[in-house]
Design a protein around this ligand. Structure first.
Ligand SMILES: C[S@@+](CC[C@H](N)C(=O)[O-])C[C@H]1O[C@@H](n2cnc3c(N)ncnc32)[C@H](O)[C@@H]1O
Length: 299
């Protein structure tokens, strides 16, 4: 499948800014004493830092990164110039375009999406609004507050009846596969999972997905240059993998024909794979195995 992305308005660094970041800003962020940097962020009332200290990489910090709207100067500097935040917004734009295209290509009456580690589900909602065909999404997240916030977003977008929410752990995904999804979305989640967990999730979803259905995920590279800062100051511990590493893991679960698209800062690739044709192991969940450990909240 081809994705036309030339019309996406991506964020980029000028070469001068790239040089200053490499030579000055990143080394300072990475090596100044952590107590000093934390103190500065506390003094500047950084909402981004507070969100990460409460829930590293959680849904609140994602909203701040995506919208870039915050009254605090410290946050404005981090959000406007921080490679990671710019790359996150690029990933959002790229993912929305890819997902809207995939929904448009689904052949059923309504495309069924399953978003694992959905957060507020903002990316999925944007894609559903933009797609040329109707769709239904199930959002899964450990965090009830994220889903509750997402429920309001879906209502505001006129999609209140098209979204279902599951408060649950994606590692138990086999409990959540009531309807075989056409598109499984794993954005912003693989970096918090082990290889074995990713592979086992891929196997579980592939077991119920029809041949030719899609999985969408992202890789993340440490090329943003501030991993040490994020670990020490925000408590964010991410597992970096190349698109190829992830394709291998998810491919073993039952997917193939991967298309990998980078955002221009080179931090994220968004990858799409297809459920392989060999569906010998494909089975639909028996009613017994559907007994859920998760609470389902409808729109
Ligand atoms: C970085 S955010 C990504 C949110 C959204 N997918 C996006 O790309 O905007 C990661 C989300 O995964 C959720 N999460 C992390 N581990 C999880 C798990 N084991 N099961 C379910 N959700 C999880 C967190 O609560 C958080 O909302």
């Amino acid at each position: 499948m081809n994705f036309e992305i030339s019309d996406i308005d991506f964020e980029r660094h000028s070469s001068a800014k790239r040089f200053i970041k490499r030579a000055l800003i990143n080394p300072l962020a990475n090596y100044l004493p952590s107590g000093f940097l934390r103190g500065l962020l506390r003094l500047g009332k950084s909402e981004l830092a507070l969100a990460n200290w409460t829930d590293p990489g959680g849904w609140k910090s994602m909203i701040i990164s995506y919208t870039g709207k915050t009254p605090q100067i410290a946050d404005r500097l981090l959000l406007a110039g921080g490679t990671m935040h710019m790359a996150l917004r690029n990933r959002r734009r790229l993912s929305v375009k890819i997902l809207a295209d995939l929904i448009g290509h689904c052949s059923g009456k309504k495309a069924r999406l399953l978003s694992l580690g959905a957060g507020t589900g903002q990316i999925i909602i944007d894609a559903m609004v933009r797609a040329s065909r109707p769709s239904h999404a199930t959002m899964v997240d450990l965090n009830y507050e994220a889903l509750d916030y997402g429920r309001k977003l879906a209502h505001q977008s006129g999609l209140g009846d098209c979204v279902q929410y599951i408060v649950g752990d994606v590692r138990n995904v086999s409990d959540m596969l009531h309807d075989p999804p056409d598109i499984v979305v794993m954005l912003g989640i693989c970096e918090y999972l082990t290889d074995a967990q990713i592979r086992s999730i891929a196997e579980a979803v592939a077991n119920v997905m029809p041949t030719g259905s899609s999985v969408v995920f992202n890789s993340i590279s440490p090329s943003h240059g501030t991993d040490r800062f994020f670990r020490r100051i925000f408590g964010l511990h991410m597992n970096y993998r190349t698109p190829e590493n992830l394709q291998e893991l998810i491919g073993k679960g039952g997917f193939q024909d991967f298309v990998s698209i980078p955002e221009p800062l080179g931090v994220y690739h968004v990858v799409v794979g297809q459920r392989s044709g060999n569906s010998d192991n494909q089975r639909y969940m028996s009613s017994d195995s559907r007994q859920s450990r998760n609470s389902i909240v409808t729109g």
